[in-house]
Design a protein around this ligand. Sequence first.
Ligand code: NAD
Length: 260
Amino acid sequence: ILKDKTAVVTGSTSGIGLAIARAFAAEGANVVINGFGKPEDIERERDGIEGDYGVRAIHSAADMSKPAEIAGMIGLAEETFGAVDVLVNNAGIQFVSPIEEFPPEKWEQIIAINLSSAFHALHAALPGMKARGWGRVISTASAHSLVASPFKSAYVAAKHGIVGLTKTAALEVATHGITVNCISPGYVWTPLVEGQIPDTMKARGLTREQVINDVLLHAQPTKEFVTVDQVAALAVFLCSDAASQITGTNISMDGGWTAQ
Ligand code: NAD
């Protein structure tokens, strides 16, 4: 469903973003992957996408905390492939700490990467989508866009914020064939989740098993992690014609977490 289209997926050298980039490539899209990592690992993923799906894939090392680099990434995609038809705002980081010990610079960094980067990418990509009369924008929000957990102030604030940005953008481009939506996963087993286990152990004085079962999956009624492939399948659906009237919304995939 994405043949001859171009997708930019931020934060796609790992986890959910990588699964989305691969799923789009499987649907025929050329993809721009973005994010950090060892050059040889990134090159293996990039080359793997081209080899597995017969599309073109390039890597942008743009830092999503730097507006000029975000504009540069969209420009690179347009120069290389002629368009940005699908934009996925997915790059995100986490930091777990009580507010009074939360480093102010960490707050700024999380708001920049998890929220402001989506504004800067929209700012750069919407003119081309409007000119072509078609576009799909998907942001990876989180169950934390709807509910909070202690010690994640910046993350929860950013994720609530991206839902507001999504609604606003959706209204602005509603008559241009462009949809703008959020996907809100519960806990997905990725390096981001694995990486916050030690900090949560420290903040709450718990063992690793207690953090997994009593903190992470505590809120998820199915008691199972969401998979990256399930999130990617929803992103593909949102790009389909069947989803053309889904816009300005926030779709949960959280094992029932936010039903509580
Ligand atoms: P991950 O750590 O596996 O991947 C994050 C990606 O973002 C990596 O490619 C990393 O290189 C990139 N990145 C980080 N900082 C960046 C920066 N400054 N500029 C460019 N790229 C940067 O994480 P993930 O779990 O796949 O998370 C992806 C998104 O999904 C995030 O927005 C996260 O908040 C959200 N999310 C994750 C879960 C979960 O349980 N894993 C749940 C809900 C929402």
